[in-house]
Design a protein around this ligand. Structure first.
Ligand code: ST9
Ligand code: ZN
Ligand code: ZN
Length: 333
């Protein structure tokens, strides 16, 4: 209908406005890419990673078993470490650096970089590069954690094997000039290894041991190892579970889903059908602070004058998009 066309035009215009306004559009889905025909290249295991990840998860289980013996301050400290490191991923490498969905002042970028090293999920530069190809070539060979390869691959398997050559080929063509121009990000990349030794493992361990005489074993296996394992798995669930389980109210033609449980663990990053439909929205969801600690955090930073320029899709455009491509699940709530 004419009315439908007008709504769609507005939808697309808004898309380009908000997207282009960030000085970067390489997180928008590229429909023109097609996977190469013929047999897939063989899977090449990286045994070093398989062994380290297994040991890490065994350490996490030990951490779990030590919980009844830990002081209450140590558990509170572990929770704080989880929250800070998670924000370094969600508000940092994800919403700020990968998607440019808001602007952050230098002090905030420095804080987010510290928090990001504490989360140890590769340096910001590498995280952003992988994440932009994930959005641009979602669920194809050029997506580093292609969910079409199954739950295990998209969860952790992709970190245990060599990348598909198309990830690297397509990734090299991405515009990362905004990331290269950020001195804080490039500083982190340069000193990444010492930064994770210090912030992901040493600092979380030393604080409980020094300040309230927690045993070194508990200090290491709960606030450092268990907290790290939980942070990784909460993040990975966005790639696995939130690409498989949940409704698709915004675009039923893509696999990412709305998953409240994932949002709970990942501080608001489980509203993944919305996020892949509108990747430039700073809130990664339609519903503000609802199961979305990260949005509350960014709003607080704006209130304090440390952040600005939040990109938000209008209710009108969201509704038009739901009508046009959604699965209708919004009607039931
Ligand atoms: C981790 C990351 O866990 C998790 C990211 C999750 C993303 C989630 C997204 C969801 C949304 C947000 C949710 C947030 C929720 C947060 C909740 C918090 C509670 N483009 O990689 P290499 C080139 S990390 C272009 O070695 P291999 C490049 O030249 C965990 N080029 O490839 C590169 O060299 P350089 C800890 C690319 O040999 C070269 O190739 N970390 C691209 O195939 C070699 O790269 C680990 O476990 C690209 N995309 O090895 C480490 N990629 O970098 C795991 C590569 O110098 N990683 N190139 O420019 C590895 O060991 C390896 O990467 C590998 C692949 C074995 C997996
Ligand atoms: Zn995704
Ligand atoms: Zn994203």
């Amino acid at each position: 209908t004419r009315n439908g066309d007008a709504v769609m035009e507005k939808d697309l215009l808004n898309h380009e406005d908000l997207a282009g306004d960030r000085g970067m559009i390489d997180d928008l889905f590229d429909e023109t890419y097609h996977e190469k025909e013929g047999p897939k290249p063989p899977v090449r295991y990286v045994w070093r990673n398989i062994i380290l990840m297994s040991l890490l998860h065994l350490g996490g289980i030990l951490g779990l078993m030590l919980i009844p013996y830990a002081k209450i301050q140590t558990l509170a400290w572990a929770a704080l470490c989880f929250l800070v490191s998670a924000v370094g991923i969600t508000a940092g490498s994800h919403r700020l650096w990968s998607h440019r969905s808001y602007k952050a002042t230098l002090p905030l970028r420095i804080f987010l970089t510290f928090a990001n090293s504490m989360a140890f999920q590769n340096d910001i530069y590498e995280w952003v590069r992988d994440h932009r190809v994930h959005h641009k070539f979602s669920e194809t060979d050029a997506d580093p954690h292609n969910a079409k390869r199954g739950f295990f691959f998209s969860h952790i398997g992709w970190l245990l094997v060599r990348k598909h050559p198309d990830v690297i080929e397509k990734g090299q063509k991405l515009d990362l000039s905004d990331i290269r121009a950020d001195k804080v990000v490039m500083f982190q990349r340069r000193y990444y290894k010492p930064s994770i030794v210090l912030l992901c493992f040493t600092m979380p361990t030393v604080v409980p041991w020094y300040f309230w005489e927690e045993s070194l074993i508990i200090s290491f296996f709960i606030p450092a190892i268990l907290r790290y394992v939980l942070g990784l798995n909460a993040t990975w669930l966005v790639n696995s579970a939130a690409h498989m389980f949940g409704n698709r109210p915004y675009d039923q033609n893509i696999n990412p889903r709305e998953n409240t449980l994932v949002s709970l663990g990942a501080l608001g990053e489980g509203f993944h059908n919305y996020h892949h439909t509108f990747p430039y929205d700073y809130s990664t969801s339609e519903f503000g602070w609802h199961f979305n600690f990260t949005t509350a955090f960014i709003d607080l930073m704006c209130l304090l004058g440390l952040a600005s320029d939040r990109k938000k899709v209008s209710k009108e455009v969201i509704l038009a998009r739901k009508m046009r491509t959604g699965d209708g699940s919004h009607k039931s709530g």
